[in-house]
Design a protein around this ligand. Structure first.
Ligand code: NAP
Length: 280
């Protein structure tokens, strides 16, 4: 199959490596010529260009640009694609993309491969990144079955576990397990930095170990990604932040009241429920 990938970074580059290994002919498009050259050199694409017109021969195109560019990029692309081309995107938020693209391109299905690393750009592309990782597809009532089947088949080939849901459900779920943790972790770091006793601050920095490493990791990541999450998933994120704040208030109250039994009950509840989120 002729497959286009627009946006040759971590996700686009990794998709290319895996799709080529399944015998597909992959045509890449990216903003910088140097990225196109690297993508060909590392075997992520068969050919690459900075001119998106090369995608006119692709049967399926994966849009893998930064989140804010997905809709404008598709608007440009559809001016010359044949109506049979299946479009799908990999954006981490689905509602605004599906709402904007579904009315303008019939053969579109939103997607989100839930895999990644802390790195970005074509140099960060990895083989087998998507194996046994969830890949969420968000078809609507008007998405053609043929488009769903084509994208599903490719997603199966790269080894992902497919999940179907409505774009809004996806956004609410990722708000809880991905976007909220970034904000909580960032608050942890800034809360520690607000410590006014400089000696205690320095001591805490020296003593910080595995617990702090685990809980601060996502808050110490790329600020642009955090802003994207807040900007494009604002409502769901505000809702989970406010429920999280209520939870924190309840914990504060239990400690103020020295209600150790209720606090222990709560921590037993969280201890027994964590495994249902984390599958090792
Ligand atoms: P990335 O590594 O920064 O890759 C994005 C690439 O898009 C860049 O390398 C850039 O290539 C290219 N690009 C930028 N502007 C462009 C334009 N106007 N036209 C064509 N190409 C352009 O980012 P990523 O992590 O792969 O994320 C890409 C998408 O995947 C995002 O929508 C994100 O929400 C989604 N996603 C990310 C993850 C993750 O963990 N990172 C996981 C799942 C989904 P040049 O070098 O040519 O500028």
């Amino acid at each position: 199959m002729n497959i286009g990938i627009l946006g040759l970074g971590l996700i686009g580059g990794s998709l290319g490596l895996d799709l080529r290994s399944h015998g597909h002919h992959v045509i890449g498009v990216s903003r910088r010529a140097s990225t196109c050259q690297t993508a060909v050199a590392i075997g992520s694409v068969d050919e690459a260009s900075i001119d998106m017109n090369v995608l006119a021969v692709a049967e399926v195109v994966f849009i893998c640009t930064p989140l804010g560019l997905i809709v404008p990029t598709i608007e440009q692309l559809i001016t010359f694609l044949p109506t049979t081309t299946v479009l799908t995107d990999v954006g981490s938020v689905k509602t605004p993309i599906v709402q904007a693209v579904s009315p303008i391109w019939h053969n579109f299905i939103g997607g989100h491969p839930m895999a990644g690393t802390a790195d970005s750009g074509i140099e960060a592309a990895l083989k087998n990144l998507f194996i046994r990782r969830p890949y969420v597809l968000t078809p609507t009532s008007t998405t053609p079955t043929s488009a769903i089947e084509i994208v599903e088949e490719l997603v199966k080939q790269i080894g992902s576990d497919i999940y179907h849901c409505a774009p809004q459900q996806h956004d609410r779920a990722v708000s809880w397990i991905s976007h909220l943790p970034v904000m909580i972790s960032a608050s942890l770091i800034s809360g520690c930095m607000a410590q006014s006793d400089i000696e205690v601050l320095k001591l805490s920095q020296s003593l910080a170990s595995s617990g702090f490493k685990d809980t601060s990791r996502v808050g110490g990541g790329n600020p642009e990604l955090g802003v994207m999450m807040a900007k494009y998933n604002r409502d769901a994120l505000l809702n989970s932040l406010s429920q999280y704040r209520d939870n924190l208030d309840e914990i504060i109250e239990l400690i103020e009241q020295e209600n150790w039994l209720r606090l222990e009950d709560r921590l037993r509840f969280t201890q027994s429920n964590r495994p249902s989120f984390i599958k090792d």
